[in-house]
Design a protein around this ligand. Sequence first.
Ligand SMILES: *Cc1c(COP(=O)(O)O)cnc(C)c1O
Length: 228
Amino acid sequence: MTFLMTAEDFRDRWQELRDQIVSAGGSLDRVRVVAVTKTFPTEAALLALGVGLLDLGENYGQELESKAPRVAALLAEGEPSPRWHFIGGLQRNKVKRIASLVALWQTVDRVEVAGEIASRAPGAAVLIQVNTTDEQQKSGCQPKAVAGLVDAARTLGLDVRGLMTIGPTDGLDPRPAFAALRALADRHGLVECSMGMSSDIAAAVAEGSTMVRVGTHRERSAHDDARA
Ligand SMILES: *Cc1c(COP(=O)(O)O)cnc(C)c1O
């Protein structure tokens, strides 16, 4: 796949995103933007780093394994390194290979995965992924399992920073799911709530997101086609 976004497009998209966060009542001090670079080449990561977005998200172990060293090799001396967030489904056997690369594991949803992370990356920072929409095919633990998983992860020595969820994929109003995640995090004294993607950022920020995960590309809209 070719990567067609120019640095100027990227800066426009970044400005648009910041406007969206602020109009939803957020601020860039409180809402961290994770630039999701999955399926994009290293150029996308460099564009993000170029505007100061140091938090980069990847979904696939192999892609992270090959991309992280290539990005590191392209950084100029003294340039800050990215913090890689793992946001894809986790299997035990994947953890070992990427353990040294990941700054925040966002998708811990089972004790076995927490255990594997704890043994490969002792003390690592994690989020517990919660299925807040009760969709069968989705990963994430059930809301009622959060307390047990937070305790188990802490007992394993992991640094549990907060919770993560994916909004409804069926086009329903995402706000109840996001409000539920925020309430769960507050109940457990957890600060971070990673929620909100391109399609539902405003709702997530309005409900107290501290971290949005946004793909580096934007769907072409009718508006763009009219301008083209
Ligand atoms: C791909 C992905 C994103 C980014 O989605 P966009 O719609 O491109 O903003 C966010 N979170 C997760 C878990 C993803 O897999």
